[in-house]
Design a protein. Structure first.
Length: 198
């Protein structure tokens, strides 16, 4: 119980963005119980927040040794690897995370965003399509797909997709603008949405 107490105190400091204090408490927890996987991963996530990605990867790896099928840990690892520029390793971590939790929408969104950042829009769309097939046309996935199609080209494929999913996209357009704020001021993008009304 003492290890968990230190861990929970560390979590509180992490939520307050006091990462050094959080790390101190996670260390105290681990000094008592090295098998506390959550503490290893939480410490890694603090290092992510401090943009020390090699340290983040090192500590999250320790948590994954204890619980290798934890999709949340794998997602944290993927983020760390992606931030460190280790793209091929991040892809493997995202794939493993999806394998263990294929119902988690955040994995599809984050995994596809990795490809979007690399301007590999077709690969990004493939990931979203996997999620759309599994999660019954989830609005957030549809909105993200519209953004990626716009990144490729606002052509007939984009127009058809918008027309087919118009109601959902209109009801959730802020999701698109949150992900890519430039689209809110892109006349062509907005016209495509409006043209689809007629």
């Amino acid at each position: 119980p003492e290890a968990l107490t230190f861990y929970y105190i560390g979590e509180c400091y992490e939520k307050l963005d006091e990462f050094d204090k959080a790390i101190d408490y996670f260390r105290k927890a681990l000094n008592i119980d090295e098998s506390l996987a959550d503490a290893w991963v939480a410490m890694g996530e603090c290092y992510n927040s401090k943009e020390n990605f090699p340290a983040a990867i090192r500590y999250i790896s320790k948590g994954l040794k204890i619980d290798p099928e934890n999709s949340d840990y794998l997602l944290s690892m993927a983020y760390s690897q992606q931030s460190a520029g280790l793209i091929s390793q991040a892809i493997i971590s995202y794939e493993r995370s999806l394998k263990y939790n294929p119902e988690d929408i955040s994995i599809y969104l984050d995994f596809s965003a990795l490809f979007d950042e690399q301007q590999q829009y077709r690969e990004a769309i493939e990931i979203l399509d996997q999620g759309l097939n599994r999660l019954d046309q989830h609005p957030e996935l549809l909105c993200r797909k519209a953004v990626y199609l716009a990144h490729i080209d606002m052509n007939q494929e984009f127009h058809t997709f918008v027309f087919t999913n118009l109601t959902v996209l209109q009801e959730n357009k802020q999701l698109m603008y949150q992900y890519d704020p430039d689209l809110e001021f892109n006349t062509r993008f907005r016209l495509h949405l409006l043209e689809s009304l007629f």
